[in-house]
Design a protein around this ligand. Structure first.
Ligand code: EPU
Length: 424
């Protein structure tokens, strides 16, 4: 097993380019199942979750060709209506193939999902929505079985603006008979990217009001080429890392509008943030002022930035409060940060963080993707050396994170557990 060895205390400086968005890529890959023919996708990030989704498509009989700068997905034939358990247990987003398989094959068998360990994460909204569209759903032996000759338009209300349910249901509804409305829908930028892709392939989807989507079912989707949007969470991670190391980093290839909540909170800590056309520059300042954060659905502060931002607040000059409202258990990584000297207590859904003078390097384990980002940021600002294991979680969502950080001046190296390679 690999580990990352980071020697903290180096300022990050320079420029870094953001890769394609994980969450947009995953939902678009699911949607390619509806295209009876070829889809070309550019800017697909080279990360674990994308490999898992491509393997899933492959297992369903879809032909996948990876070229230097694009992937070609040929879903002319779908040979299996069953999604393998080994893949769905690894990644929750792969559950969303249920609707697309159902539309293409008239039936689908998909196991209940696993994924990052950050809360209970049920799929009831997904199932209620598909039922409203006329699917017959059964749950047996840990699998969902769904049947429908043809889905029909429905008026769906989500109890919570779930990203996954919005993508899943809108995708399935794009080929339903009649018009579907999704109310209290999510409106994250990655969902807009999915809809841009689907509309380019011939679907008819639009927001008709805040959180209300209208999907007019069409007969079929056509072959198309599409470039996936940049990853705002990767960009946000570099922004926070720049602030944490008192660095000066230009993050290129991202529209600052996607990062407003992170930009505003970084400014509150005292950092200088310059918004440019398709780039953001972060100049870290000391002392870091404490701030309070509440995670919310978009356009609120994104839960995926809660963990990395909390790492930064560990060395703030005072007490910060971070409230997590999206997931019921996204604070597990705090015990690892405590091993690096952080002073933090969790009260219900709020973490109370008393800033300390410094963190010190320690061996720590990554429990989920964004916990990985948080621990890397903590290690970059800590005194001494940290050894980080559990990298499979980090690799799910970051493309060449250590290479990009090293190019900004970080002392970071990935080594095989038994190797004795020196630090860069
Ligand atoms: N929920 C339900 N029932 C459902 C669906 C969701 O109760 O049927 C609850 C969840 O348990 C959770 C809340 O609703 O408490 C929000 O979940 P949502 O469905 O919005 O999350 P998701 O679609 O599973 C996506 C991202 C996550 C990101 C969330 C919130 C993908 C592949 N994943 O997950 O990304 O945290 O939206 O923005 O798009 C990450 O990148 O680190 C990550 C976890």
């Amino acid at each position: 097993m690999d580990k990352l060895i980071i020697e903290g205390g180096r300022r990050l400086t320079g420029r870094v380019k953001v890769s394609g968005s994980k969450n947009a890529a995953l939902s678009i890959l699911v949607a390619t199942l509806l295209v009876k023919g070829k889809t070309k996708l550019y800017n697909l990030p080279r990360i674990g979750d994308v490999w898992t989704m491509l393997e899933m498509l492959n297992k369903l009989g879809v032909k996948v060709k990876l070229e230097e700068d694009f992937a070609e997905i040929d879903a002319n034939e779908i040979e299996s209506y069953e999604a393998p358990y080994e893949l769905v247990k690894k990644m929750r987003a792969s559950f969303n193939v249920l609707g697309s398989i159902l539309v293409r094959c008239g039936r689908a068998r998909v196991p209940l999902p696993g994924g990052c360990d950050i809360g209970t994460r049920p799929v009831d909204f997904h199932l209620k929505g598909l039922q409203a569209m006329g699917a017959e759903i059964r749950m047996e032996h840990g699998y969902i079985e769904a049947y429908a000759d043809k889905l029909r338009g429905a008026d769906i209300y989500l109890d919570f603006p779930s990203v996954g349910a919005t993508c899943h249901l809108a995708t399935a509804a794009s080929l339903a008979e009649g018009t579907t409305y999704i109310r209290n829908a999510a409106e994250e930028p990655e969902i807009h990217d999915l809809f841009n892709f689907l509309n380019q392939a011939g679907a008819d989807i639009k927001y008709i009001d805040s959180r209300v989507i209208e999907i007019k079912g069409v007969e079929k989707l056509r072959e198309t080429s599409y470039e996936i949007m940049p990853d705002r969470m990767e960009a946000g991670t570099f922004m926070i890392a720049a602030a944490a190391t008192e660095g000066d980093v230009l993050i290129e290839g991202i529209d600052p509008v996607y990062l407003k909540p992170v930009i505003e909170k970084l400014r509150e800590t005292g950092c200088e943030v310059l918004e440019m056309e398709n780039a953001v520059r972060v100049i870290g300042k000391r002392p870091i002022k404490p701030v309070n954060i509440v995670t919310l659905p978009h356009p609120g502060f994104p839960t995926d930035m809660q963990q990395p931002f909390t790492a930064l607040l560990m060395i703030a000059d005072g007490t910060s409060m971070v409230t997590e409202t999206i997931y019921d258990s996204r604070f597990k990584y705090l015990s690892e940060l405590a091993r690096m000297g952080a002073d933090v207590k969790v009260e219900g859904r709020t973490a109370v963080i008393k800033g300390v003078k410094e963190l010190t390097g320690a061996p720590v384990v990554i429990s989920d993707l964004r916990a990985g980002a948080a621990l890397v940021i903590a290690a970059l600002m800590a005194r001494g050396v940290s050894e980080i294991t559990g990298l499979e979680n980090l690799d799910r969502g970051y493309e060449n994170l250590e290479g990009k950080l090293a190019s900004l001046g970080a002392s970071i190296k990935r080594v095989a557990e038994e190797s004795r390679e020196c630090l860069v």
